[in-house]
Design a protein. Structure first.
Length: 129
């Protein structure tokens, strides 16, 4: 776990390089303790299991989300219009998105290849290369 900004991108990008931490957001208006005049806050965890346990045992919390690092990613500004972005970004993802395989060197080139399968998203799901 590091010292990362509270507010980062949310979702998107299709690929992930590294899970940096798991976050559980706390909402005073939903019953979490109010430590800062009603402002939302979060706790960070090294493991999903610890984050899940905390969220299940505390009022006013969200299910855990993953803070991920994307060293490069795929943007989709319009349906089926994909752009390869070669810059790092931090984003929060629902943990279920981590079911997709971690990006490897060939993931994005294979996705953009003229020989890619008809459903390019299968590459990102680990179903096809």
């Amino acid at each position: 776990m590091g010292n990362y900004p509270a507010y980062v991108k949310s979702g998107g990008g299709y690929v992930w390089d590294e899970v940096l931490e798991y976050r559980v957001w706390c909402y005073p208006e939903k019953g979490a303790p109010d430590y800062d005049n009603g402002d939302d806050y979060f706790y960070v965890f090294d493991t999903y299991e610890d984050a899940l346990e905390f969220s299940e045992n505390n009022v006013g919390t969200t299910p855990p989300i993953a803070l991920i690092l994307q060293k490069e990613y795929i943007d989709e500004p319009e349906p089926e219009h994909y752009i390869h972005i070669k810059e790092e970004r931090l984003t929060e993802w629902p943990v279920v998105f981590l079911n997709r395989p971690q990006r490897i060197e060939t993931t994005i080139p294979n996705f953009f290849s003229p020989n890619a399968p008809k459903n390019r998203l299968n590459i990102l799901k680990g179903i096809e290369e």
